[in-house]
Every structure is written in structure tokens, then in C-alpha cells.
Design a protein around this ligand. Structure first.
Ligand code: PEP
Ligand code: MG
Length: 612
């Protein structure tokens, strides 16, 4: 098994796959636009995970974090109090740095992301950790840097070995604080100013690194670790900086000054590119730029098919700060607000009053356009709520299951949403539905709170609609009943693919099996959309598949008319819609339903796209 995994790793991170695709914004793989280099060339091609799109060509800067001086192993008695003093000064310096980073973040990205740094600042004040370090410096006469290493590594080991992606991502935050304190013990200044316009490569980068480096007009980032949903990936997307993550030990294979090309849509990284390769990527970049300029011109117009059918595009968002980009991209509302992002530090659920203000502000900013607030989808691979370690969190206490078991959380969130629905544009979306009982449970709670809140007759509030996420195969099986019980349904193809194919969406080893064009998914989508339309239940897709141009004609052919996607993908999808007539997409859907493998389905969709 081990031998098998290591072979796979080599294969994953250094590939030379040949594939052809002529659309500038459609994903292609390593070497997809360039031929193999000449035999005596130093050009190398690597594939990681493209987590924020865009092409950058430039010089690489390999960022290695300062670790400090580790020569002293034991303290002299007379130096102990001075060493403890040094430790507390380092904590203060680290806090000052983090506060500065927090200010830059608020300026660049708004308040949403600054929570990350508040969480780190809180760790600097954790009495258990801090007291233990100070106590051990005295009792064991060990220098501060060694005790800090040992104490942090104790937690880090647990985080890194956790099956939970969120814990693994928190490990990066913890590592960042450890390095920061140790650097500050040695009074080293934060190395955050780089030469303008380089591409930064590192084994790991923290959100703080990304924010600070972004002041130097950085062209892109590449990291050995990380996933497409990690914090650094989300921040790069918001800052419009390309990033490729999950590149294995790439940072050890390159040196500062080396020429690199990175393609944040495909995950391709090319080192020492040949002139010819550079020229090809320059023209791909220009084609992408031109395409984006053209599509943004049409983005504000309503999307209609060639035969005049209206298609609606909404946005998926994680924070209210993203709302300002929704209208300019041509979105007609928010189809998915992942409210669990309001829960900071893993389990700090905001109070009803805090949630009310947040939802109200959002509802006002976007009114009269609709906004679907998904109830906290906590647990699983998301935020931690569970105080117990679950053997298989994705099949465990997650989403609606937690909300039903902890009614206070559900009740507070429902009341906050109902009270904030002053403009009548909010709806409630329930995650991880496997039964109609769960929908009825939420409906009963909504009815109870609504009548309590409106009984006094003080408010004229419209009752928010209640929708169900269809993201577990059980919900597909029950789609007839679910579409009669919910006001609308929203198809979450990310989890639907994970649970239908039994493939963990975050596990790199089985990533090639995470196939949204699998015939099982293709057939489920058809069944769900057709049943919803038959029962006059509004249906929208909010999983990543809705953003895939290849899937677009198939989904239209199934009868889908509403999409909720990453905001920046809306202009391109809107412009593509006008190329198709519903009759031809319906014929395409019927053909795809008869195919028995994902490769045949993709080949058919690619051929359709090439014809349009
Ligand atoms: C999904 O599962 O497709 C979805 C949209 O929800 P999330 O990615 O937040 O789980
Ligand atoms: Mg989901």
C-alpha cells in the first residue's frame, strides 16, 4: 500500500498529461497547451491544485521562515528570569505584528477574514499554553525557544494527525504562531518586504504571510501544502492573485531567481520554461484577459439561451464583505451564504442578536435581490463543533444533525433570520438532509418562532421560505417527497459526489476518483431536476459543478434554470448560455444519460462545446 501511495504521489506531482482544449477558461492539465520540451531542456512541469485562477510568469522567490538560534541547550540559573522576560516580550511583539496584519486585512478584504488573526491573537493569551511554557523555562532551565518548540509541537502533532481537514488547516496557523514567537525571541524583524512582482514559493504559507506579501505586488504563490478550500486559497481568490497549492516537496526543488510559470486554473507550474512555452502562456493569458473583458461587458444583461429562455445566476458567498462584488458580476442574488463562516475559533457560535445584525445588514445590502442563508453546516470536514473525536467525521455529526441535537443553536439562528427578513428577501436552506422528518422539524421550528415574533403585531415580517440541500444520495431517492415538502431545493454536487462515490472530497490520494461527471451523478442530477420541475418546486444548483462550463449545457438540458456559483465565474457562464438552445441541450442530456462512463460523458460534452 505504501509503495503504491508513493508511486501515486510521484505521478500526481510531476505529470506530462496530453490533452487538448480550445476554450481559454476551461481547465486543462500540465502540458495541455505546450508540447514536450526538447531533450536537452531544463523545463519541468508539475501539477498541484489550482486554487485561485490566473497565469503568472516571473522570477521565483523561495520563502524560508526564520527559525532562530538553537545553539543554547541549557540556561544558567542567573539567566532564568531574563529568559522568561524575553518570552513575554516575544509574545507582545507577536501580538503587535498580528494586529498590524489584522489592520491590513480589514483594509484589503474587510472584517470577515480578520477573524483568522483574532483567533491567533487569542492563542497568544491562552493561559494553559503560556503558563506551561513560562513554568518549564524556570523549572527545567531550558531556553524559551526549546520549550516553545516542544509545547507547540505537542499540539501540532495532534492537529496534523487529525483526520479532520479543519484541524490540519489550524495546524498551519499554530505553526505560524510558533515561528513568530521564536523569531521575536531573537529580535528578528518580520521579513515581509520582497522585491516587487516575484512568485513566492514556500513549503507552507499562513494567511498572514499572504496578506503581508500582497503589498509587494506579488504575481502569485505556490505552496507544498494546502487544499483548494484552505484559508490561503480563499484569500488569494478574493485578492485575485493566482495560487497553486498541494505541490508535494516542490519548494525544495527550486531556487530563488528561477523562472517559473504558474497557472492557477489548472494547477500547472513550469520551471525553467523554454521561450516557446513562455510565448504560449503569454498568449493564453492574453486570451483569458480578452475573454474576461468581453464577458464582463455582457454580464449585466439578463442571461438568455439562443431560443430566449431566461437563466438566473446567483452567487455563492462566505462573508458579507463579498456582497459588493455580487451585482457587478451580474448575479441576481445570493443562492448560498455559508453561514458557518460566522463561527470563529471552531465553536464560538454568535448570539442571536449578533446574527440578527449580520443577516439584516446583508439583507439590506442586497435587497430586493434574494439571499439564501444556509443554516450552520458544522461538523464533518467543516468547522469543529463536536467535543468528541469522531472516527469518520464526514459520516458523523454534521449539518442538520447537530442543529436538531442542539436546539438552542437552531432556534437562535432561525429567530435571527426571521427577524432580519424585513425586506422579505431571505430564505433558509437546510444542509445534509437525509429525510423529510428533518425538513418538517425545521419547518415546525420556523412556524413556532414566526408566530411568536409576529404575535405582538409589531412587525410586518414575511416568513422566510425553507429549502433543502440535496447533497446525500438518500435525498435523491426521496426527491419526490422532498420536493413536495420544501419550498425549494439546492443541489450540492460537492457533497453529492463525495457521498455517492464514497470518495472523500479532501483526500488527495483518491482525488482522481472524485468525478462529478460519473454516470451515477449525471443520472441523479437529471432525476432531481426533472422531479423538482414536475412538482413545481424551485431548483437551483450550488455545488462547484454549476461553475463548470462543460456541465452547463447538460444541466440546461435536464431542465435547470437557476445556478448559484462563485461570483467571478458568473460573467463567463452568462455569455456561454447564449450559445445554446434548450432543444439541443435536451438532446445532449438524453445522449449523456445513455453513456456508461465518465470519460464517454466528458468526451460527448467536449464535442458539444467544440461545436458551439
Ligand atoms: C456542496 O456540497 O456542493 C455545497 C455547495 O456545499 P459545501 O461545499 O459548502 O459543502
Ligand atoms: Mg455540502
Amino acid at each position: 500500500m505504501l509503495a503504491h501511495s508513493s508511486q501515486m504521489t510521484t505521478h500526481l506531482f510531476k505529470t506530462s498529461i496530453m490533452s487538448k482544449n480550445n476554450h481559454p477558461l476551461i481547465s486543462t492539465s500540465c502540458r495541455s497547451i505546450t508540447p514536450e520540451p526538447p531533450v536537452n531542456s531544463n523545463e519541468e512541469c508539475y501539477t498541484g491544485i489550482g486554487a485561485s485562477r490566473g497565469i503568472s510568469i516571473g522570477e521565483c522567490y523561495v520563502f524560508v521562515k526564520e527559525k532562530g538560534d538553537h545553539n543554547i541547550k541549557e540556561l544558567h540559573e542567573k539567566n532564568i528570569s531574563e529568559e522568561i522576560e524575553k518570552f513575554f516580550t516575544a509574545l507582545l511583539r507577536s501580538e503587535k505584528e498580528l494586529k498590524k496584519i489584522e489592520r491590513v486585512t480589514i483594509r484589503k478584504l474587510g472584517k470577515g477574514y480578520s477573524n483568522l488573526f483574532q483567533a491567533q491573537i487569542m492563542m497568544l493569551h491562552d493561559p494553559v499554553l503560556i503558563d506551561a511554557i513560562a513554568e518549564r523555562i524556570g523549572s527545567e532551565r531550558k531556553p524559551a525557544h526549546l520549550v516553545i518548540e516542544e509545547e507547540f509541537d505537542h499540539y501540532l502533532e495532534k492537529f496534523v494527525n487529525s483526520n479532520d481537514v479543519i484541524f490540519q488547516e489550524r495546524a498551519d496557523d499554530l505553526q505560524d504562531i510558533k515561528n513568530r514567537i521564536i523569531r521575536n525571541l531573537h529580535i528578528k524583524k518580520l521579513n515581509s518586504w520582497l522585491s516587487e512582482g516575484v512568485i513566492v514559493a514556500a513549503d507552507i504559507l499562513s494567511p498572514a504571510d499572504i496578506i503581508l506579501f500582497s503589498r509587494n505586488n506579488i504575481k502569485g504563490f505556490v505552496t507544498d501544502s494546502g487544499g483548494s478550500t484552505s484559508h490561503i486559497s480563499l484569500i488569494c481568490k478574493s485578492l485575485n492573485i493566482p495560487i497553486v497549492v498541494g505541490l508535494g516537496n516542490f519548494s525544495q526543488k527550486i531556487t530563488t531567481g528561477m523562472q517559473v510559470i504558474i497557472d492557477g486554473s489548472t494547477g500547472t507550474v513550469i520551471t525553467n520554461p523554454e521561450e516557446k512555452t513562455i510565448a504560449q502562456y503569454i498568449s493564453k493569458k492574453e486570451a483569458e484577459k480578452k475573454y474576461e473583458e468581453d464577458t464582463s461587458l455582457t454580464a449585466m444583461l439578463p442571461a438568455t439561451t439562443k431560443c430566449g429562455i431566461r437563466i438566473t445566476f446567483n452567487a455563492n458567498i462566505d462573508f458579507k464583505e463579498e456582497l459588493h462584488a455580487v451585482s457587478p458580476a451580474g448575479a441576481e442574488g445570493v443562492g448560498l451564504f455559508r453561514s458557518e463562516n460566522l463561527i470563529t475559533n471552531g465553536n464560538n457560535v454568535p448570539k442571536e442578536s449578533e446574527q440578527f445584525s449580520y443577516y439584516l445588514e446583508m439583507a439590506e445590502m442586497i435587497s430586493p435581490m434574494p439571499l439564501d442563508v444556509r443554516l450552520f453546516d458544522i461538523g464533518g470536514d467543516k468547522l469543529i463543533y463536536s467535543p468528541v473525536k469522531e472516527p469518520n467525521p464526514n459520516l458523523g455529526w454534521r449539518g442538520i444533525r447537530i442543529l436538531i441535537d442542539l436546539p438552542e443553536i437552531l432556534d437562535n439562528q432561525l429567530r435571527a433570520i426571521i427577524r432580519a427578513n424585513i425586506h422579505g428577501n431571505l430564505a433558509i436552506l437546510i444542509p445534509m438532509i437525509i429525510s423529510v422528518d428533518e425538513i418538517r422539524h425545521v419547518r415546525t421550528a420556523v412556524d413556532k418562532h414566526y408566530s411568536e415574533l409576529t404575535r405582538a403585531g409589531e412587525w410586518e415580517i414575511e416568513k422566510p421560505g425553507v429549502g433543502a440541500m440535496v447533497e446525500v444520495p438518500a435525498a435523491v431517492e426521496l426527491i419526490e417527497e422532498i420536493t413536495k415538502c420544501a419550498d425549494f431545493i439546492s443541489i450540492g454536487t460537492n457533497d453529492l459526489t463525495q457521498y455517492t462515490l464514497a470518495v472523500d472530497r479532501n483526500n488527495v490520494i483518491v482525488q482522481s476518483l472524485f468525478e462529478k461527471f460519473h454516470p451515477a451523478i449525471i443520472r441523479q442530477l437529471h432525476r432531481v431536476i426533472q422531479t423538482a420541475n414536475k412538482n413545481h418546486c424551485k431548483v437551483i444548483i450550488c455545488g462547484d459543478m454549476g461553475s463548470d462550463p462543460l456541465a452547463l449545457p447538460y444541466l440546461l438540458g435536464c431542465g435547470l434554470r437557476r445556478f448559484s456559483v462563485v461570483t467571478s465565474d458568473i460573467p463567463k457562464l452568462k455569455s456561454l448560455v447564449s450559445r445554446y438552445s434548450i432543444a439541443e441541450t435536451e438532446a445532449l442530456a438524453i445522449e449523456c444519460l445513455k453513456l456508461d462512463t465518465s470519460s464517454k460523458i466528458k468526451a460527448r460534452l467536449e464535442a458539444f462545446q467544440a461545436d458551439h
